[in-house]
Design a binder for this molecule. Structure first.
Ligand code: AQP
Length: 333
């Protein structure tokens, strides 16, 4: 079975974007791959964050994953900072990766914004930590969206340079698993921006914890245009917000956007938004109920994460010890 690694940052409540673009795919993958899923808190501190809420958000993210069906006994589900192998290997990779490679990473440019001199150094070396996350497990498959493909290429460059510098085909190459339709859910306020858990506007996203009334309100207020829904995809060209809502409907009902248009062609957005709200509420309701149940018993969530950290360490420790030996570190006696 191929080994998959995937991570999610505890930088807020998971959104519908995180769910449709990532989490939902994690569950069936557990039947076909050996899955290692990580709440990446080390990555979360590369951007402004609040120490008082980080631990709370980390547990909430774990509970959300479990509520979506990511069962700790069927995969390896853990918190990144609980397994020290990540930080140890990331340091080695900081020394293997070239500055020129990191300078080409577009995500750093996007996330650092205009004031690059003031961005944290952690944000700059974020891709090296991501390479360590994957390679500490010798994972070979990583589900990614378009935006992460460049980081995976960098991880492969690091693996190759490490193998070359230290004389052994030690790290395998990584292949992306590209997700299907509506892999990218856009903001409800701006169809050209992705839906993000850290978007300053709560109206721009559906949080997995939003109740039925909140979902209805956010969908009702979602930006659209005055045209009715077309019967063909071509009719959505240049209508980013309309396209996004159709994409969400298609993704959550497991259909192609064309099938959604066939059913709703000619409708105004008032009617379509009502149908979309109904589908979202009935799909997310059971997840929210389960999440509430899990968060009422934090010790059970933590026990699942402890089990995950033990399983993760058992895989990563020998791999990272071997990497350290190849680098020439004196083993601890
Ligand atoms: N809008 C989205 N549509 C589809 N997939 C998405 N993902 C995130 N947003 C969307 C996918 O969710 C996984 C986990 O993402 P992450 O939390 O590690 O980082 P991110 O991509 O930066 O997610 P956010 O929500 O935008 O977080 P913040 O606001 O903290 O930066 C990834 O597989 C990602 O592709």
């Amino acid at each position: 079975m191929q080994r998959v690694f995937s991570g999610i940052q505890p930088s807020g409540i998971p959104t519908l974007g995180n769910y449709l673009g990532a989490i939902r795919h994690w569950v069936p993958m557990m039947n076909t791959h050996e899955c290692i899923y990580c709440v990446v808190d080390l990555h979360a501190i590369t951007q402004p964050f609040d120490p008082a809420t980080l631990a709370v958000q980390t547990r909430e993210m774990a509970a959300a994953l479990m509520a979506c069906g990511v069962a700790p006994e069927r995969c390896v589900l853990f918190v990144q900072s609980h397994v020290h192998a990540h930080a140890r290997l990331a340091w080695i990779f900081n020394c293997v990766a070239r500055i020129g490679w990191l300078n080409r990473m577009t995500q750093f440019k996007d996330k650092a914004g205009k004031d690059r001199e003031n961005a944290g150094a952690g944000l700059y070396v974020y891709p090296n930590l991501m390479a360590a996350d994957i390679l500490a497990y010798h994972a070979t498959r990583v589900p990614v969206g378009e935006d992460q493909k460049q980081h995976l290429e960098l991880a492969n460059d690091i693996a190759q340079k490490f193998n070359h510098d230290f004389g052994e085909e030690f790290f395998p190459s990584i292949e992306p698993i590209i997700q299907g339709v509506a892999a990218r859910v856009m903001s409800l306020r701006d169809g050209t921006k992705k839906m993000s858990k850290s978007d300053p506007s709560d109206q721009a996203r559906i949080n997995l914890t939003d109740d039925a009334d909140t979902i209805a309100l956010k969908i009702r207020r979602a930006k659209t245009d005055a045209e009715p829904l077309p019967s063909e995809l071509a009719g959505l060209e240049g209508r980013a917000e309309a396209k996004n809502l159709v994409g969400i409907m298609a993704s959550i009902t497991d259909r192609q956007p064309q099938e959604v248009l066939r059913e709703h062609a000619g409708q105004g957005f008032g009617t379509f938004k009502g149908a979309l709200t109904d589908v979202l509420v009935s799909h997310l309701g059971p997840i929210q109920q389960e999440m509430r149940r899990l968060l009422a018993d934090p010790a059970a969530v933590d026990a699942g994460l402890r089990l995950g950290a033990e399983k993760a360490s058992a895989i990563a420790e020998p791999i990272v010890c071997r990497a350290e030996k190849l680098v020439g570190f004196l083993p601890r006696s």
